[in-house]
Design a protein around this ligand. Structure first.
Ligand SMILES: Cc1ncc(COP(=O)(O)O)c(C=O)c1O
Length: 452
């Protein structure tokens, strides 16, 4: 391990500020970034040699943890043999073929094929295009709209930004495609649904479909657990109800499993918990544990059959240069073998329960914390001025940021905040002691931020 001297670090900071545009960029907050140098398991080390526990698996994606030589070897071996070749119609490669079969064996029983992408955003964009394409093949040319939910995050392309139900992601980027419509709380709603942890229920989506007219709606897109919006798991019957609504209105159900896919919730795919099968599943992140960028959208057998039996004048003209990338696929295959060899899906459930129960024990009755929640190895909680009345903190107080900063600077644990929500999703390889380190850092940070 090398660490850098202060003069070199200052030079890197200057060059970073001068030349590198970062995701969610805001220069005043980027004067002294943490510059990472190496990683091992759940631990990251920066260029000063300081260690941090990676409490969000970086961006929910480094599922098998950092420093996996097996994945570096898989990439190197494949790159030496064949780094890239086209996978456009008429060409293929062995790792991509094998990864497609592997993913299909792990996902929902009704799935028929996968199209590989480079990212979650591309996967969602492709899913929407595929839903429209499918309805066009069926002669239902008016079915073009997509219903999306509040608080959801679906990515950074124009269509994925429109799908995203978090307004800060829209500011100054408009106009967004009007065919993406939001499922908001219907006026005078009366139903007996158990609400999700963010208050929504499936009736919101049915109301949106009815408002727009089912003949105009191609699909609904949902994260099984809303992640970047603050980790909000659904009620136990939400997706069964939503599946019935989609069937009733002949609308496709797209599961955005970019975070939840590949074990994060204690199942290979999240809706397996509730026995629900979507029509299209989008993935990225943990498919390669982010050792190389890769994603995909998985389509049902019904959609696959339609795509394999196109009329002579139709062709599925969806394409990315790097689709079915051989090196990415080789890493993906090796990565999923690690999941199986080390029982990481079952481990996600076990460690997630330890984390969730630990958070509940610490904050279940806390004066300044409410709505402690988890599903598998994803957890969230909400900071409030007064838990008894539910009074929120003023946004200007930046309570979430203060807690996250204390966790990082004093507790050595990196995680994220979304407004007043603190979220957790460490690598699936996290152990008991490391979960307890996250809990200790969180307790200390909440104490300092709320009592200090
Ligand atoms: C649920 C979900 N969908 C889509 C995306 C977009 O993925 P990417 O950033 O790889 O484009 C993300 C990214 O965090 C996500 O969390």
């Amino acid at each position: 391990m090398t660490t850098l001297d202060e003069a070199t670090i200052a030079e890197l900071e200057r060059e970073d500020l001068a030349h590198l545009l970062h995701p969610q960029y805001y220069a005043p907050e980027h004067q002294h970034p943490v510059i990472f140098e190496s990683g091992e398991g759940v631990w990251l080390t920066d260029v000063r040699g300081r260690r941090y526990l990676d409490g969000l698996a970086s961006l929910w994606n480094v599922a098998v943890g950092h420093g996996r030589a097996e994945l570096a070897d898989a990439a190197a071996e494949q790159m030496r043999k064949l780094a890239f070749t086209t996978a456009y119609t008429g060409f293929s490669n062995e790792p991509a073929i094998r990864l497609a079969s592997k993913v299909l064996s792990l996902t929902y029983g009704n799935m028929g094929g996968i199209f590989f992408t480079n990212s979650g955003s591309e996967s969602n964009e492709g899913a929407l295009k595929t839903a429209r394409f499918y309805w066009n093949l069926k002669g239902r040319t008016g079915k073009v709209k997509l219903v999306a939910r509040e608080r959801s995050y679906h990515g950074g392309t124009i269509a994925a930004s429109a799908m995203t139900g978090l307004p800060p992601f829209w500011k100054y980027f408009g106009p967004l495609p009007p065919e993406v419509v939001r499922a908001t709380r219907p006026e005078n709603l009366e139903c007996d649904c158990t609400p999700n942890t963010d208050g929504e229920c499936a009736c919101w989506i049915e109301a949106a479909i009815e408002r727009e007219g089912a003949d105009t709606v191609a699909a609904v897109i949902c994260e099984p657990v809303k992640g970047a919006g603050g980790v909000f798991p659904p009620s136990d019957d939400y997706f069964r109800k939503l599946r019935a609504i989609c069937d009733r209105h002949e609308v496709l159900l797209i599961a955005d499993e970019v975070i939840t896919g590949f074990g994060r919730t204690g199942h290979w795919f999240a809706m397996q918990r509730w026995g629900v099968e979507p029509d299209i599943v989008t993935v990225a992140k943990a498919i390669t544990s982010a050792y190389v960028p890769m994603g995909g959208f998985i389509v049902s057998r019904e959609i696959m059959d339609a795509l394999q039996d196109l009329p002579p004048d139709a062709r599925f003209m969806h394409a990315y240069t790097n689709s079915a990338h051989p090196a990415g696929s080789a890493v993906g295959l090796r990565n999923l073998r690690i999941f199986e060899d080390e029982g990481l899906v079952e481990r996600a459930q076990r460690m997630g329960d330890r984390l969730g129960e630990g958070l509940r024990a610490a904050f279940g009755e806390h004066a300044h914390v409410t709505n402690v929640r988890h599903l598998g190895l994803m957890a969230g909680m909400t900071l409030v001025r007064d838990a008894a009345s539910g009074e929120a903190y003023d946004a200007s107080e930046g309570i979430g940021g203060r807690v996250a900063r204390h966790m990082r600077e004093e507790g050595g644990v990196i995680t994220r905040f979304v407004g007043d929500h603190i979220v957790f999703a460490p690598p699936l390889v996290v152990n008991e002691d490391e979960v307890d380190t996250i809990l200790d850092a969180t307790r200390a940070a909440v104490r300092a931020a709320t009592e200090g």
